[in-house]
Design a binder for this molecule. Sequence first.
Ligand code: ATP
Length: 241
Amino acid sequence: MLTIENIEVTYHHTVQALRGLSLEVPDGKIVTLLGTNGAGKTTTLKAASNLLALENGEVGEGRISFNGQSIMSIQPDRLVQQGLFHVREGRRVFTEMTVEDNLIAASYALDQRKVKPDYDKVYDFFPRLKERRRQVAGYLSGGEQQMLAFGRAMIARPELILMDEPSLGLAPKIVEEIFDTIKRLNTEDGTSILLVEQNAGVAFGVADYGYIMESGQIVMEGDVAKLRNDKDIQSFYLGMS
Ligand code: ATP
């Protein structure tokens, strides 16, 4: 579904953030990308959804394709219409709009496909959003804003969601709720997910396959069952001694 082959990314023509990175998200799978701060995880997602130019970043070498077609020159809003949705770090929602209007705004991508938005489904997945649907999003808690950011992705009915650190700064109970929903969407709808995380424990709970990156490169990959048993991963990422 998503194939990234050997990409190099540089910011401001000087900072090299990715050095020949390759990864793949097969159809219907959840793939997690783990790594320490600054490894290049967010940059990888931004390269896939064509957001680098906004920050003076560019892909030099390499190729990125979605369903067999190069997407390197397709604008982010067109990518949403084509079925690729990026839930960016920091829960970007429209804080001055209500929950419901945030979801309505996410439905524009469907107009082209003549598909009706399914608001009830989002409210079924996240009853808390239903209770707060007339409230301005800026007044939601961090966890609720993450739910709304995810709900906006669901409304666009993507084939692939790129999720950037959904667990960041959230209480364990909320993290559990959000990750249950990630798994549910994948199981019920077959939505593929590329999940960037620092919390390997929760990511391994839902993912099929994982990549570990350091300094702009993949240093290890494998089925989650294999990664979980790796001694280095246990000590560096799972806090086991
Ligand atoms: P974190 O977990 O802290 O979010 P990350 O793995 O997502 O880290 P990136 O944010 O992709 O890492 O950053 C990779 C490298 O690129 C870092 O060295 C970072 O300083 C650099 N970088 C990221 N964004 C920019 C930018 N807009 N301009 C210049 N350098 C950048």
